[in-house]
Design a protein around this ligand. Structure first.
Ligand SMILES: CC(=O)SCCNC(=O)CCNC(=O)[C@H](O)C(C)(C)COP(=O)(O)OP(=O)(O)OC[C@H]1O[C@@H](n2cnc3c(N)ncnc32)[C@H](O)[C@@H]1OP(=O)(O)O
Ligand SMILES: O=CC(=O)O
Ligand SMILES: [Mg+2]
Length: 532
């Protein structure tokens, strides 16, 4: 099948039946327009990230920006939100697959973030089929039949939709304009917005987005400028788009108010994206000889730097009249083990109780089976109020809390092996087209896998990468473990009746990413190049 492409655009990927409904000349023209207007700035901002990283590698520590002091001290609020975004106590998230979209919409959650990002493997087919699924779901035309013949349809009452495009670092390699790859985020946003914004408004909601992995307010300004052009392009009033920014990098924490300010006409608040946040701390300070976090299981929301960041996020949001959204526990319901399941559900309750008491207006859940218990915990604190935007957090937050990177122990062989096992398992699954997987009874996605592979890299490189039995983590220690954990992963995957074809390649990539001095900025970058 061939498409009519705008001048200067090329698509180097199969066009399957149905794709023409999304890849229309007008929608692609809009993507090309956004690309030409904003790609140079995206490239500058990505370059600025590299330069900042070099300064941090050389010893510079992040702090508040002097040039934006007037914003932090100024008296301003974000624009009022539409009714559809007032109540977000439970937000379910998940990849853009038809069955999961229907299950999430029907889950009883207040809102649903459908995800082109952490939980999605950005295969061309996933991206375009995801767009088709969203288009049909918004028009209530999406249905699904599983292999056993079970039919899935949307209920009358469904969650409010929000959509997460890819982060600034990812390209859509199959689409070029004037010989340059387009940004994954612009591609995802552009198509979704062009086809659906007016339909969403007509149905009582609106074009609502989640924006991932930003490192500065200038990156938020870029999104804001894209929104302004997008609204003009299709004739919507300015301020119609609403977007929640994930604060999931250590650098963005120092610019939370500035990010709200940049997006103040389009802001739907901030969300504490805890997994990418931990990953970002490891990445930013990877060369700092004093920095070495304990193994992943010890880094909870209760450790000093995570606690300081969560409370500061609520403080910034509520001071500025914006929602503060809690992040996601990796705990999921556990089948066939009632005791372990009870423990997991208690962990979810604990997580949501803490967030509700801290002042969050709602939080994410990974699975439909968690919506009701998360809702119960927010109900206990919020009662009949849709949110607690009025709740102010006292205290002063800054580098003292955010750079207090404890605990530094334990690092155990079990923790090291777990990182290797999870890393290989996740990479293999991602290469096969699945971006979110249950591994050892936890939700694993691109953000959690980033922690796994980054910890292995750091424990090898850092003088503090020492196991609790005194052994230094080295290449010689890790390499045989990669082979051993690969065998275990393959056995698990085979027992689940799934194909192991992508796992050898996953182990090779894991080895390269964790045992070579060069540290790839995102694991998804080499993976995406390895994928068709
Ligand atoms: C760091 C971050 O960015 S967090 C945000 C990104 N991560 C996510 O969004 C997590 C999304 N969650 C998931 O993908 C899944 O819950 C997993 C992979 C963790 C577990 O999946 P499974 O093992 O399939 O769960 P399980 O078998 O218990 O699912 C039971 C049913 O619930 C459905 N389900 C599970 N999670 C979700 C979800 N998030 N959305 C919609 N439906 C879901 C399953 O499709 C299944 O449906 P079915 O009974 O009709 O077949
Ligand atoms: O996107 C969420 C995160 O925790 O990362
Ligand atoms: Mg994330």
């Amino acid at each position: 099948m061939s498409l009519t492409l705008p001048a200067g655009m090329q698509i180097n990927a199969p066009i399957l039946p149905g794709y023409e409904s999304i890849l229309t000349p007008e929608a692609l023209e809009f993507v090309a327009k956004l690309h030409r207007a904003f790609e140079p700035r995206r490239q500058e901002l990505l370059k600025a990230r590299v330069e900042r990283q070099a300064r941090i590698d050389a010893g510079e520590m992040p702090d508040f920006l002097p040039e934006t002091k007037h914003i932090r001290e100024g008296d301003w609020k974000v624009a009022p939100l539409p009714k559809a975004l007032e109540r977000r106590r439970t937000e379910i998230t998940g990849p853009v697959e038809a069955k999961m979209i229907i299950n999430a919409f029907n889950s009883g959650a207040d809102s649903y973030m459908t995800d082109f990002e952490d939980s999605n493997s950005p295969k061309w087919e996933n991206q375009i089929q995801g767009q088709i699924n969203i288009y049909q779901a918004i028009r209530r035309e999406l249905s699904f039949k599983n292999e056993a013949g079970k039919e899935y349809k949307l209920n009358d009452k469904i969650a409010t939709l929000q959509i997460r495009p890819r982060g600034w670092h990812l390209d859509e390699k199959h689409v070029t304009v004037d010989g340059q790859r387009v940004s994954g985020g612009i591609f995802d946003f552009g198509l979704v917005f062009f086809h659906n914004a007016k339909e969403q408004i007509a149905r009582g909601a609106g074009p609502f987005f989640y924006l991932p992995k930003m490192e500065s307010h200038l990156e938020a300004r870029l999104w804001n400028d894209i929104f302004v052009m997008a609204q003009d392009h299709i004739g919507l009033p300015q301020g119609t788009i609403k977007a929640t920014v994930l604060i999931e990098t250590i650098l963005a924490t120092f610019e939370m108010e500035e990010i709200l300010y940049e997006l103040r006409n389009h802001s739907a608040g901030l969300n504490a994206g805890r997994w990418d946040y931990i990953f970002s701390c490891i990445k930013k300070f990877k060369k700092n000889k004093d920095f070495c976090l304990a193994q992943r299981s010890a880094i909870t929301m209760e450790v000093p730097f995570m606690r300081g960041y969560a409370l500061a996020l609520v403080q910034a949001c509520h001071k500025r009249g914006a929602p503060a959204m809690g992040g996601m526990s990796a705990l999921i319901p556990i089948k066939n083990d009632p005791e372990a399941n009870e423990k997991a559900l208690a962990g979810i309750r604990h997580d949501k109780t803490r967030d509700a008491n801290d002042g969050f207006d709602g939080g994410w859940v990974a699975h439909p089976g968690l919506v009701a218990i998360a809702a119960e915990e927010f109900q206990k604190v919020l009662g009949d109020k849709p949110n607690q935007w009025e709740k102010q957090v006292e205290g002063k937050f800054g580098p003292e809390q955010w750079l207090d990177f404890r605990p530094t122990t334990p690092i155990t062989e079990a923790g090291l092996r777990n990182n290797i096992n999870v890393g290989i398992h996740y990479l293999g699954s991602w290469l096969a087209g699945n971006g979110c997987v249950p591994i050892h009874n936890l939700m694993e996605d691109a953000a959690t896998a980033e922690i796994s592979r980054s910890q292995v890299w750091q424990w090898v490189v850092s003088p503090k990468g020492i196991l609790d039995d005194g052994r230094k983590v080295t290449v010689e220690m890790v390499r045989p473990m990669i082979a051993e954990e690969l065998a275990k992963v393959k056995a698990t995957v085979t027992a689940q009746g799934e194909d192991t074809a992508s796992y050898d390649q996953a182990a090779v990539i894991f080895d390269k990413m964790s045992l070579t001095p060069e540290y790839p900025e995102f694991l998804t970058l080499p993976l995406y190049e390895a994928m068709e």
